[in-house]
Structures are given as C-alpha cells and as structure tokens.
Design a protein around this ligand. Structure first.
Ligand code: DX5
Ligand code: ZN
Length: 220
C-alpha cells in the first residue's frame, strides 16, 4: 500500500540557495517541508526563527512542519503561526506547561505536535493525546543533522502505535534523525507515518529529486 510520507528537512539545505532548494524539494514532489528552529539553549545549536519561516512560506504552498527545539516555546508560538506554519511541534521536555502550549498552538489555528527526545519514554505523551495532531519521535539527540539513527526510536514508535486507537482519527507518528534508505523502512515498519530526512535529501552527492526518490522507493 501507500508508504509513509518523506518530509525534507531544510536544516541540511544550502541556506545560501534556500529558494532553489525549496523549489527543488517541491519539484521532486515533497509532501511538505520540515523546518528546525533551534535556540542555543534547549539544544546546543542555533538556526532560524519566524522571519525565515515566513520567507519559506512565500516560496512554496507546501505544508510547513515547524519543529521547535526551543526552551519555553510559548512566547514564540504567535510569531511562528503568523509566519505561516501549518504544524507546530514543541518538545515535552521544553516547558513545564506543555499541555497549555499545545492548546495555544491549536488556538492559533495550527496543528499541534509534541516531540520526545531519545531519553524520554513514550508514556510521557499519554496525558497529551487529546491535544495533539502529531507525535514526533526523535531518533537522534536534537541539535544537528547527519547523526546516526538510534534504534531505541523503533521500540518507542511501536509503543506509541499500540497506545493510539487502531481505527478512526489518531495523531500522526513522525520520526526525525538519521533517516536514510536503510533506516526508513525500519521506521515505517515500526509505525511511522511521516519520515523527516535532512542529509539524505540535501546531500550534494545526488540531486534532491534522486535522493527523495531513493527514500520513497525504500518505503514503497
Ligand atoms: C535534528 C533535526 C532534524 C535534522 C535531521 O535536530 O531535528 O530535523 O534536520 O537531519 P538528518 O536527517 O541528517 O539526521
Ligand atoms: Zn527536526
């Protein structure tokens, strides 16, 4: 049947040619784009914020999946929604009031996602399931592209799948970090609906279109 959807992560794109890279992903048939916002506190790296999200929004009509690796993300949520995010994901570890942050995201008109670091158990999202449209399982410690896939993410995906209703509407399961043609089928078999891929899509070894096709083929 239809495999899971691959979302290119712009973190691995060439920022000096951002427009070109966004258009290449769109032309290659990407279902959406994943945007990694890092604050230098929650994770040891800095990327970009609402102005760049807004710039990407002007370049494409693809759904924008914004992953906030930001401590106390509440203050940033209105600007992220205003910039044109479709899905906004906050980390369960990033605020003592993650339930309220998720309610805020929906009140701003976006879909709400909750992310789990590798060290956080699946059960952490159990009280949040009514508030989320997406659960993001990190398969690397967030902060950098190009890290190796952590197999513990597979057990967590399976545990989440078992926690969610088998029929009817349920949150999407997304996996992020170290996704390549070898790990993508494992994540898909463990129950992931959305596969985020940075370096496997935007590496310079092959065109974006060929890279995306390889990933898609691996999970078809
Ligand atoms: C990591 C980011 C990921 C990153 C994935 O902190 O959240 O979205 O772009 O990059 P790869 O696919 O190279 O692991
Ligand atoms: Zn991400």
């Amino acid at each position: 049947g239809a495999g899971p959807v691959v979302l290119p992560s712009l973190l691995s794109a060439d920022f000096a040619r951002l427009a070109e890279q966004v258009r290449a992903a769109e032309a290659a048939g990407a279902a959406g784009l994943h945007l990694d916002v890092m604050d230098g506190h929650f994770v040891p790296n800095l990327t970009f914020g609402p102005p760049i999200i807004a710039a990407v929004r002007r370049l494409t009509s693809l759904p924008l999946d914004v992953h906030l690796m930001v401590e106390l993300p509440e203050a940033l949520l209105p600007a992220v929604a205003e910039a044109g995010a479709d899905v906004v994901t906050v980390h369960v570890e990033a605020t003592p009031h993650v339930h309220r942050a998720l309610q805020m995201i929906r009140a701003l008109g976006c879909r709400a996602g909750v992310a789990l670091n590798p060290g956080t158990p699946a059960t952490a999202v159990e009280p949040l399931l009514a508030e989320v449209d997406l659960v993001l399982v990190m398969s690397v410690n967030p902060g950098f592209a190009g890290q190796a896939f952590l197999p513990l993410a597979l057990d967590k995906l399976r545990a989440l799948r078992a926690m969610l209703p088998a029929a009817g509407p349920r949150p999407w399961l997304e996996v992020d970090g170290g996704i390549d043609p070898k790990t993508a089928p494992l994540a898909a078999a463990a129950g992931a609906d959305l596969l985020v891929a940075g370096s496997a899509v935007f590496n310079q070894r092959a065109p974006v279109e060929a890279n995306l096709a390889r990933l898609r083929q691996a999970v078809a």
